[in-house]
Design a protein. Structure first.
Length: 252
């Protein structure tokens, strides 16, 4: 069972998301145990203050280091940050972190314990960084805190755990799982207000359907994310399909 701990000043943020979809299924099947920790419970003052004015002046407030250290030491039952990092993958959500991607999701899905540290306000005291094993960003934009980012990452990794998704083979065909964007998907009716499903998908010729799907995957990647083509392993057949795509683009 994977254990996930979330340290936040807004525990209620997670009440609804953890009750739906794959996050709910994973918990019900006891494949994942998720626990929310209120950072304010690890303060020592009567007002449960988790932030203070920054040294050197400036706008906004900075989150204090003590509550984060106390939380990690308590959750993982250790007395030093190096020992904490031996017991769990501790993720600090920050715009300065490494960009999250599918490869990272697959790596994290193999972990036995993950702790998410969710910041707020103008940022976290720099010393909190020594607690983390990883600093992760979900994109080049600013959120009000790490809570939404932690949900994105959890949703991505939990569905990769064996037994969570009903048809696990479908995971292998998804966008980014093979380094390419996914091919177009269709279902009934075959003709809806004049918008028709490609005939090849109705042919029953599975070999040709597989070729069409691979070509469409390559074509979408070529047009929308050409950078991915430099990182994925391309077979000789893939290279032929790409050449077809390039010629079709030149003619259009």
């Amino acid at each position: 069972m994977m254990k996930i701990d979330i340290v936040t000043i807004f525990p209620d943020f997670f009440l609804s998301p953890l009750k739906v979809g794959n996050l709910r299924i994973a918990q019900e099947k006891k494949l994942v145990k998720i626990k929310i920790h209120n950072l304010r419970d690890y303060t020592s003052d009567p007002h449960q203050q988790v932030d203070d004015a920054p040294f050197g002046g400036g706008a906004g407030m900075v989150m204090k280091p003590e509550p984060f250290f106390k939380a990690i030491f308590s959750i993982l039952k250790v007395n030093h940050w190096e020992k904490a990092k031996e017991k769990a993958r501790i993720i600090l959500l920050t715009p300065q972190g490494e960009r999250f991607n599918q490869k990272m999701a697959m790596e994290l899905a193999q972990e036995r314990r993950i702790v998410f540290l969710c910041g707020r306000y103008e940022g976290i005291d720099e010393r909190v960084r020594v607690l983390s094993t990883n600093e992760i960003s979900i994109g080049d934009f600013i959120l009000s805190g790490g809570e939404a980012a932690s949900l994105v990452i959890m949703e991505s990794i939990v569905r990769l755990i064996s037994g969570v998704v009903g048809r696990e083979e479908s995971l292998k065909e998804e966008t980014f799982s093979q380094g390419l964007l996914e091919y177009p998907q269709y279902t009934r009716p075959a003709d809806y207000i004049g918008l028709k499903v490609p005939g090849i998908l109705l042919s029953g010729n599975h070999r040709e359907i597989a070729r069409w799907r691979r070509k469409m995957s390559l074509e979408r990647t070529y047009h929308k994310r050409p950078d991915l083509l430099a990182t994925v392993h391309l077979t000789e057949e893939d290279k032929k399909l790409l050449e077809e795509i390039r010629k079709e683009v030149e003619k259009s």
